[in-house]
Design a protein around this ligand. Structure first.
Ligand SMILES: Nc1ncnc2c1ncn2[C@@H]1O[C@H](COP(=O)(O)OP(=O)(O)OP(=O)(O)O)[C@@H](O)[C@H]1O
Length: 312
């Protein structure tokens, strides 16, 4: 197996606070690798170290087997969370300036700029100054600038933050094409479950600076089991615990958890189990204030691992 990046015992301390705890990862060539975790989990700190922008307290990062400090900067393209744009330049001028900075040959640069403007739906805005772009357009331009020099590894920090659904779809398609058509390795951070699920070949779930799981989205979902999730809000949430205890006695229930003031029940074919669940609810003398049934998602994996939902 060829690895684009290897992270060995990576750690970052801020004083007494450990932001990243001994992270070990191997990122494969040509995969989309997602870092999933809530705000403050340590995603940005990790990837800033992985691209050489932040010095680790300890540990080692190898890119194509070479130490990060010895790697030519042009091999990596980073698209940070904050926009880094020149407000007075047009889209085309911004891309040209960035390409010149990376010394992309003139003819190749022209072609590359045209392709990027097309792929990221910025063609119509090619000659518009950055200050007159919408937020979504600025984000797409920010990404185009990060990949102008065709880096082998593309690192995106929360790429969908603040994007409308249309821009998000353009971005997702472009990320997939980076992998499928250009063979790039893409590393991205997100706190959006659907983004991690639909884009990533493998996902690292991190919280409080620690790697909790690393696997394909399919395996992560399988790990906690198949089935549906019934989400239930009781008229008296004080009784949540009692209901959990009652439901845990039932064979037909796979798992039951109290999460953020509601009770989450996982079962195969949950709708058929509802009458039995209702009996337990009535048995402890409460009513159901709200109820919904949905499919198992990555969010359930996260809840199962951390005992809490993703913090916004
Ligand atoms: N320069 C710093 N000094 C002290 N603490 C820091 C510093 N930078 C980050 N931290 C802390 O480290 C932890 C991880 O932050 P980080 O930005 O990596 O999280 P994140 O998972 O990327 O979250 P977000 O999605 O909000 O960007 C947070 O608790 C943060 O407050």
């Amino acid at each position: 197996m060829e690895y684009s990046m290897e992270v060995k015992n990576l750690r970052k301390n801020y004083g007494d606070f450990v932001a990243v705890k001994d992270l070990n990862l191997k990122i494969r060539k040509g995969e989309v690798f997602g870092f999933l975790g809530p705000n403050g989990a340590g995603k940005t700190t990790s990837i800033r170290m992985m691209v050489g922008l932040l010095k680790p307290t300890s540990g080692e990062i190898l890119i194509n087997g070479a130490k990060i400090d010895d790697v030519e900067r042009g091999k990596i393209g980073i698209c940070p969370q904050e926009l880094v744009l020149w407000e007075n330049l047009t889209c085309r001028e911004s891309l040209k300036l960035m390409g010149d900075m990376y010394e992309v040959p003139k003819d190749a640069l022209k072609q590359r700029i045209n392709n990027l403007l097309k792929d990221l739906f910025l063609e119509e805005k090619a000659n518009t100054t950055v200050s007159n772009l919408s937020g979504g357009m600025k984000r797409r331009l920010n990404l185009a600038m990060a990949v102008i020099h065709e880096p082998e590894v593309v690192v995106l920090d929360e790429p969908s933050e603040g994007l409308d659904p249309q821009s998000r779809r353009v971005l997702w398609n472009y990320i997939k094409s980076l992998r499928d058509d250009e063979g790039k390795t893409v590393i991205l951070t997100t706190h959006l479950m659907d983004e991690a699920d639909s884009l990533s070949d493998r996902i690292a779930i991190i919280d409080h600076g620690e790697l909790l799981r690393l696997d394909t989205p399919e395996n992560l979902k399988k790990e906690i089991g198949e089935g549906d999730v019934v989400e239930m809000v009781l008229s008296d949430p004080e009784k949540n615990r009692k209901l959990v205890d009652e439901l845990e006695k039932l064979d037909e229930i796979i798992a039951v958890l109290e999460v953020d003031g509601q009770v989450n029940i996982r079962a195969m074919n949950a709708v058929a189990k509802l009458p039995r669940i209702m009996e337990s609810v009535e048995g402890i003398g409460v009513r159901i204030a709200d109820l919904s049934v949905r499919q198992n998602t990555l969010e359930d994996v996260f809840i199962e691992l951390t005992g809490t939902g993703l913090r916004e």
